[in-house]
Design a protein around this ligand. Structure first.
Ligand code: KG4
Ligand code: ZN
Length: 364
């Protein structure tokens, strides 16, 4: 393990390849905990996967091989100091699609080995969780709502490496539910922005179920909603433009309601665990955070429970390498580096002790 290096600024290269974005970035963390983004390159693979209506792991892994070195070269070139700028190399090492993770981890290790730098294996979820400390200098503890294509979780962020998972999804992730709804309604991929755009033209007049609504366990469930949407669509087939817009609006409205209710429950548990005097801040991360209807639902719930709402800018909410480099700098400042035997991990829960949610699948 590297010695603690908290007294000097740290400049880290970050590598992100866990899903369908190939990303590299260089970030500097000051000894006072401030952060500066020196460069950020994100090469989306959206075009490669759109035809399939979702991410194809094998195509993603091959595309990372083709794009990663180019992205790293560009990110380093923008710093001018190139490799000499670096104090360490951080790579997203899980959870995610294993083929892509291997590409990023091996590349990160090779650079660390070649340059004699520490290598830091980053949990992609921890990187999402720590982003608000870069953007808002947020102190611990705080509540995180992570809503992306692969994850739907509420977590208490107690400290680096210290998390308590409150809620998770029993089935589909929120972004996945948007993507499936879009596919069903013929709106294309990625589904979130397509559903949101279409919903703006419709009215939320169709009754749909709200799974887990009002339940004491803070978990989410979305599969039943998706099935109900299919039944409502079939009942109206052939669908007019108005039907599609009303179905999209109704779906989005129900999702906003579910998110509001589940987040409120997580807030109650957060205060129960940490006490009434604790800092109340809700950080939202993941691509679904871009949805304006959801954002207004979250603003309402934050206000009601006296939580400060922090939504990092969209480019730092969706998958990027800035968050990986930043998490690497935060860990290195604590002396937390890894050896070159660190594995790539398809599953890597932030809170390994969280009791399994009844009926849950195997998502981290
Ligand atoms: O965090 P992200 O960019 O990638 C990962 O999943 O890791 O999230 C992508 C997800 C997709 O499922 C996409 O449909 C969803 O975020 N999304 C949205 C919106 N924009 C993106 N969902 C709802 N409304 C949006 N405006
Ligand atoms: Zn992510």
């Amino acid at each position: 393990m590297a010695p603690p290096t908290k007294d000097k600024p740290l400049t880290l290269l970050g590598i992100e390849t866990s899903c369908d974005e190939t990303a590299a970035a260089v970030v500097r963390r000051g000894s006072d905990g401030s952060g500066e983004i020196l460069s950020s390159v994100v090469r989306s693979q959206l075009d490669l996967h759109a035809a399939y209506g979702g991410v194809v792991p094998e195509i993603a892994a091959r595309a990372h091989v083709e794009m990663l070195d180019v992205a790293i070269k560009q990110a380093l070139a923008e710093t001018e100091l190139y490799f000499d700028a670096l104090d360490g190399v951080a790579a997203a090492s899980g959870p995610g699609l294993i083929g892509g993770l291997i590409v990023g981890v091996v590349t990160g290790k090779a650079i660390a080995l070649g340059r004699g730098l520490p290598f830091i294996a980053i949990n992609h979820l921890e990187a999402h969780a720590l982003t608000a400390r870069l953007t808002d200098k947020l102190a611990f503890p705080y509540l995180l709502l992570l809503v992306s294509g692969g994850h739907t979780q509420t977590l208490i962020v107690e400290d680096i490496s210290s998390y308590e998972r409150l809620g998770t999804t029993l089935d589909d992730a929120l972004g996945e539910a948007f993507d499936k709804a879009a596919k069903l309604l013929g709106l294309g991929y990625p589904g979130g922005p397509a559903v949101e755009g279409c919903a703006a033209r419709g009215r939320p007049t169709i009754a749909l179920p709200r799974p887990m609504f009002g339940r004491t366990e803070p978990h989410f469930s979305l599969a039943g909603l998706k099935t109900a949407l299919r039944h409502e669509a079939l009942a109206r087939a052939p669908l007019s433009d108005k039907d599609i817009a009303d179905l999209a609006a109704s779906f989005q409205e129900v999702v906003a309601d579910i998110v509001r209710d589940r987040t409120a429950r997580a807030m109650e548990l957060y205060v129960e665990r940490l006490g009434a005097q604790t800092q109340r801040a809700l950080v939202v991360a993941g691509g679904v955070a871009a949805n304006k209807r959801l954002a207004s639902a979250l603003e309402a719930v934050a206000q009601k429970h006296s939580f400060r709402l922090i939504v990092p800018p969209p480019a730092l909410c969706t998958d990027n390498a800035v968050m990986i480099a930043w998490a690497g700098a935060e860990r290195l400042a604590r002396g937390l580096a890894d050896d070159l035997s660190a594995p790539a991990r398809a599953r890597w829960p932030l809170d390994p002790d969280a009791p399994p949610a009844l009926g849950a699948g195997v998502k981290a």
